[in-house]
Design a protein around this ligand. Structure first.
Ligand code: FO1
Length: 325
């Protein structure tokens, strides 16, 4: 059996955890990850790529396991010194070890390397065991439209996704999610080729709007996935009408999608998805998803440990073969 080529469109924590299980399930597979860069933020003159770093650290063994982001064994001396200078923002927790990643990345970008080359260089150290491609080498920044409570008359303002997610804890309504720059962005080198050459394409339980949705917003990517000969199978990030982790329901509401496993499948649509895994608690959704033209199975979807996640990955690959047949 030739090496199976698997392409995974991934965001941060959920995507990275799924990838750890996928690697365990099919150790010999050739896995290409197309990572979301809409969460990227420029801080203290540095470019921070949260979703790329979470995949790189998680698969490379450096992640802070409970948080799902940032490094294990962190210290925050630089952060404290910046605060002592009154230089913010203080709400984004950058650790000393993590700062080194952003310094190297920013230095290489300044030297003219594209983000894809920078990511490849950083992965030389971390050896994540997958090819990690940014969705684009061009700047795409997700902003969230919220109520502007400071203005006199009712008004709205756009804040950076990280401010919405981390400072505001997604505690205020999101009226729109805007991937700024997406229209002008081009897929990074290798992205479209990987999608076209894939044997299987997977949508892990990442945020369907701000993670996978942003990757699909890069012109050409959605079309390439829809046109791919490979079966496309997704795993629901919503279990029992609530996101397993994070606050996906907040951004789903912004795009008018109900926080249910079936609604997310419908959001992606049968033009993209061939198969969809829902958790056993959502077995009642299988019929509706299949009625939408998407093959659906109910299996345990809680990524409690690597073995449970590997089982999910095997189910997704099995459904892909079923769809292919
Ligand atoms: N998430 C938080 O909830 N609080 C933080 O202080 C925080 C800092 C941070 C620093 C680097 C990094 O790569 C990620 C960080 N995140 C933090 C997570 C980040 O907001 C999310 O991982 C993604 O942007 C959403 O998936």
């Amino acid at each position: 059996m030739p090496t199976q080529r698997i392409v995974v469109l991934a965001g941060g924590i959920g995507g990275a955890r799924f990838l750890r299980g996928l690697k365990s399930a099919v150790p010999g597979a050739d896995i290409t990850v197309i990572g979301n860069t809409g969460d990227d933020i420029h801080l203290f003159g540095l470019k921070v790529c949260p979703d790329l770093d979470t995949v790189m650290y998680t698969l490379g063994g450096g992640i802070h396991e409970e948080q799902g982001w940032g490094r294990a064994g962190e210290s925050f001396a630089v952060k404290e010194e910046l605060a002592a200078y009154g230089v913010g923002p203080e709400w984004f927790g950058l650790g000393d070890r993590d700062f080194a990643t952003h310094i190297v990345r920013t230095q290489m970008l300044a030297a003219g390397y594209p983000l894809s080359a920078v990511t490849e260089a950083l992965c030389e150290r971390w050896r994540p065991g997958v090819r990690l491609l940014p969705m684009s080498d061009d700047r795409v920044e997700t902003h969230v439209l919220i109520d502007d409570l400071d203005a006199g008359a009712p008004a709205r303002k756009a804040v950076h996704f990280q401010e919405y997610w981390v400072r505001l804890r997604a505690g205020v309504p999101a009226h729109a999610i805007i991937p700024v720059g997406a229209e002008e962005a081009k897929p990074a080198p290798g992205v479209l080729e990987a999608i076209a050459a894939a044997d299987v394409i997977l949508f892990p339980p990442s945020n369907p709007v701000v993670s996978i949705g942003t990757v699909l917003a890069v012109p050409g990517v959605r079309e390439a996935v829809a046109a791919a000969s490979a079966p496309v199978v997704g795993l629901s990030p919503i279990v029992g009408d609530a996101p397993v982790r994070g606050m996906a329901d907040k951004v789903l509401a912004a795009v008018g999608v109900e926080s249910t496993a079936a609604a997310v499948a419908g959001h992606y649509g049968s033009g993209l998805l061939d198969g969809w895994l829902v958790d056993t608690v959502d077995a009642g959704a299988v019929e509706a998803v299949e009625a939408a033209g998407i093959r659906c199975r109910a299996v345990p979807l809680m990524m409690t440990d690597t073995e449970a996640t590997a089982a999910m990955a095997r189910e997704a690959l099995a459904l892909a073969e079923e769809v292919r047949a």
